[in-house]
Write a protein that binds this ligand. Structure first.
Ligand code: MLT
Ligand code: MN
Ligand code: ZN
Length: 301
């Protein structure tokens, strides 16, 4: 029997770090092979109570590389098998669902998602490669506890955010509390882990949820809200992308100040200077008591 553990499969935001087409100052450090800037795949977490059955939180386009890098997730018995028993989705963004296509070889597992996210999968015939009758799709309501394989309990909960980029219409709501963007709380024995890779704004209910958690993995897409505009890499603020920034009055560092559990930053965009060890921004988050997730990081529960 293994110990209750979470493994960070990937800690970068959409696109990964460095991003394939980017020469921004932060990506340049990684392209140069500088040891201060570890490459990261797109954000996902694997959780297990017993080391036997594993649950993935989101399935990124990097899933195959993540599985190759994670011995716990290799097939262990019979001719065809996998320790991956379930996937829980927090949304339908490319970096949250595209990895499902990697799991298409007639292996049974269950996908848990909100009705909004499941509707996005159901509407896209490419996900039919997860054959009905082999892969089970289960819709779960927010604030309604459900059981995961391997003695884990879970709950989806409201987190301000927006629909996936490819589903945005003309004028998308940016901090709506719908099923399109949710958080996951995993309960393992006496331990509570909260996974929220996309958070547009803090609410009292969300802070309450975080306050009772032993481990929080939280959205760290951008350090500064206007970071992509300033670096010329994009024309959107973090808030327009559905991600509150780390820094500033309404930022994550302030919003999560004083919480008791481990606070681990993940879903880090390639422009975010906290990716560079020793940078002023990295020191600022560390001094504020935050950890910066990296691929392969193991978290005891
Ligand atoms: C996001 O978190 O904002 C998305 O990953 C954006 C994207 O898929 O490009
Ligand atoms: Mn994302
Ligand atoms: Zn970059």
């Amino acid at each position: 029997m293994g110990r209750p553990t979470a493994i960070v499969l990937g800690a970068a935001g959409g696109g990964g770090y460095p991003q394939w087409n980017c020469r921004c100052p932060v990506c340049q450090v990684a392209w140069a092979g500088d040891v201060r800037a570890k490459p990261r795949t797109q954000a996902s977490l694997a959780v297990s109570a017993d080391g036997q059955q594993w649950v993935l939180l989101n399935a990124t386009p990097d899933l195959r590389a993540q599985l190759l890098a994670t011995p716990a997730l290799r097939p262990r018995s019979g001719l065809r098998s996998s320790p991956i028993a379930a996937i829980v989705l927090t949304g339908a963004e490319v970096d949250q669902v595209a990895g499902l296509l990697t799991l298409r070889e007639r292996q049974d597992f269950t996908v848990f998602a909100s009705s909004d996210t499941m509707a996005a999968l159901n509407a896209n015939p490419i996900f039919g490669v997860l054959a009905a009758g082999v892969v089970t799709r289960k819709i779960v309501a927010r604030d309604d506890p459900f059981s995961l394989p391997g003695a884990l309990a879970a709950e989806l909960f409201a987190v301000p955010g927006k629909v996936a980029l490819y589903l945005e219409g003309e004028d998308p709501a940016l901090a709506a509390e719908t099923g399109a963007n949710v958080g996951v709380e995993i309960v393992c024995g006496s331990q509570r882990l909260v996974y929220v890779p996309g958070v547009a704004a803090m609410t009292a209910a969300l802070r309450g949820r975080l306050a009772r958690a032993d481990v929080i993995l939280f959205d760290a897409t951008l350090f500064a809200d206007d970071e992509m505009i300033k670096s010329g890499t994009g024309d959107k603020t973090g808030r327009r992308m559905g991600h509150m920034p780390l820094d500033g009055e309404d930022g994550t560092l302030a919003a999560l100040a004083g919480l008791g559990g481990r606070r681990i930053l993940t879903h880090i965009n390639n422009t975010n200077p906290i990716l560079i060890e020793g940078s002023a921004e990295r020191r600022k988050v560390e001094q504020a008591g935050f950890e910066v997730a990296e691929d392969g990081m193991e978290i005891a529960l």
